[in-house]
Design a protein around this ligand. Sequence first.
Ligand code: SF4
Length: 91
Amino acid sequence: MCRRDEAGLFFAPSKEPTAARLSREEAAKRVCARCPVMVECREHALLQPEPYGVWGGLTAAERRVVLARRRRRDLELKKAARSASTIAAAG
Ligand code: SF4
């Protein structure tokens, strides 16, 4: 778990080269994959949202993608609900 000896895997040191970052993030994700609280950790990081580091098996960039998808999905659901209520009111 990230609270112990692997804590350095989860956050980038300053000016980390890209290849080193990718390798470190993959190592962190392997730790997350074995973690019993991965789902809860990921949701926490998405809800905060946490801007840096690997949380719940996702990098910061991956969390931004998930959040963007969730926002799009929520907008589509709201649009569908508005359409349904308009149709119901007209019918
Ligand atoms: S899932 Fe969260 S708590 Fe578990 S190792 Fe990864 S960052 Fe740490």
